[in-house]
Design a protein around this ligand. Structure first.
Ligand SMILES: NC(=O)c1ccc[n+]([C@@H]2O[C@H](COP(=O)([O-])OP(=O)(O)OC[C@H]3O[C@@H](n4cnc5c(N)ncnc54)[C@H](OP(=O)(O)O)[C@@H]3O)[C@@H](O)[C@H]2O)c1
Length: 339
């Protein structure tokens, strides 16, 4: 089969299209004929091997343990391995090739990938393969941050900083569906799109610093994806009983934190969460492992629809990642496979 392969960490030209052996479905696995996969910030991190900390978190110290990148998959079941009873050849499925919040290559940038049946779900009929591939990783992290860490409630004032990207476009729709009043912060050209997907108010970060505003405040929940202000500044517009959830963003290497990336901001916040009620600490870790199931229900019900900026063929994976890192993308970038 054809796949995008990297033998080493590095700039995007380490990615090459090659013939590699077709995988087989092991115990509890499903072999999926991939129709689409997505490109997002964590794929970029795993390809670059940055921050370096990720290499010591299972990705591979000197070179990636899994040579084929990609975490999200949408496609058709080719065959199933032993002990898989819930899927059958021909089923349209989608899901994540790696566990939640792991900075690993997952093998999805290929014509076929073997995935644990536990990480797949039947693909909602209202989505195309391209739309479905945009959902799993980004929507699941958005749900975890808002529901499990943020404990979002109906009627709350919620601010989403970095709302127009992959995680943010799901977070806006989720917060709207949970009945919150949503303020979405992003760049000028994305504001109409953000209103269309459920933002009640928008803030153009190129003109206004939301931490200095005197309207719409205080917020009950700040979901900080862009992470461009320290918590001590964000607190200015957060209610005393409110919650600040950091997703964090390295801005594709622009922050210059090559060793720890945004992890360097999480550890101090974890410690402070022992004393500051506005920080969720490890609250999300004890939450039920049902995020993808809930996301799938919400997609099927029409509460969540992925925003797909553009699609590229699999062979142009490097160009897709370059577009993600160099342009002001809206929502997700998708790769089409086996077209
Ligand atoms: N995507 C996933 O599936 C996933 C999964 C797990 C973890 N994460 C983590 O989540 C983080 C965010 O990921 P993402 O995929 O949503 O990133 P993204 O697609 O790059 O979106 C980031 C958004 O933030 C905006 N932004 C940039 N500077 C800003 C500023 N100063 N103020 C407000 N907004 C600003 C960007 O807008 P402009 O480009 O217009 O400036 C963009 O819309 C990353 O650290 C990633 O590692 C992502």
């Amino acid at each position: 089969m054809k796949a995008i392969v990297q033998d080493t960490y590095g700039p995007l030209d380490v990615l090459t299209l090659r013939e590699v052996p077709k995988p087989t479905a092991g115990d509890g696995e499903v072999l999926v004929k991939v129709r689409a996969t997505s490109v997002h910030a964590d794929v970029w991190h795993a390809v670059r091997g940055e921050p370096y900390a990720l290499r010591f978190m299972g990705s591979g110290v000197r070179r990636p343990k899994t040579a084929i990148p990609g975490t999200d998959v949408a496609g058709v079941v080719e065959s199933v391995g032993p002990y898989v009873t819930e899927f059958h050849p021909g089923d349209a499925v989608y899901g994540e090739c790696v566990g939640v919040n792991q900075w690993h290559n997952g093998g999805a940038f290929a014509e076929y990938v073997a995935v644990s049946a536990k990480r797949l779900a039947p693909m909602p009929a209202r989505l195309s393969f391209e739309q479905a591939a945009a959902v799993p990783t980004s929507a699941s992290i958005a749900l975890g941050c808002l529901r499990d860490e943020g404990r979002i409630q109906r009627g709350q004032r919620v601010l989403i900083n970095g709302a127009g990207g992959a995680v943010g476009t799901f977070a806006v729709q989720l917060a709207h569906a949970f009945g919150a009043h949503v303020t979405a912060v992003d760049s000028t050209d994305k504001l109409d799109m953000l209103r269309a997907i459920g933002a009640d108010r928008v803030v153009d970060y190129t003109l206004v610093d939301y931490t200095q505003e005197n309207v719409g405040i205080p917020y009950d929940l700040i979901l900080d994806i862009a992470g461009n202000h320290p918590f001590s500044i964000c607190r200015r517009v957060l209610a005393p009983t409110g919650t600040y959830v950091l997703v964090g963003h390295d801005h594709y290497g622009a922050t210059g934190h090559k060793w720890m990336g945004s992890l360097g901001r999480f550890f101090p916040l974890m410690v402070r969460s022992l004393f500051v009620k506005q920080l969720p600490g490890l609250r999300g870790a004890g939450a039920p492992n049902d995020r993808f199931a809930v996301v799938t229900e919400m997609v099927a019900a029409g509460d969540l629809t992925p925003v797909v900026d553009r699609t590229y063929p699999l062979a142009e994976a490097a160009a897709a990642l370059r577009y993600l890192t160099e342009e002001q993308t809206r929502g997700k970038i998708v790769l089409t496979v086996n077209d």
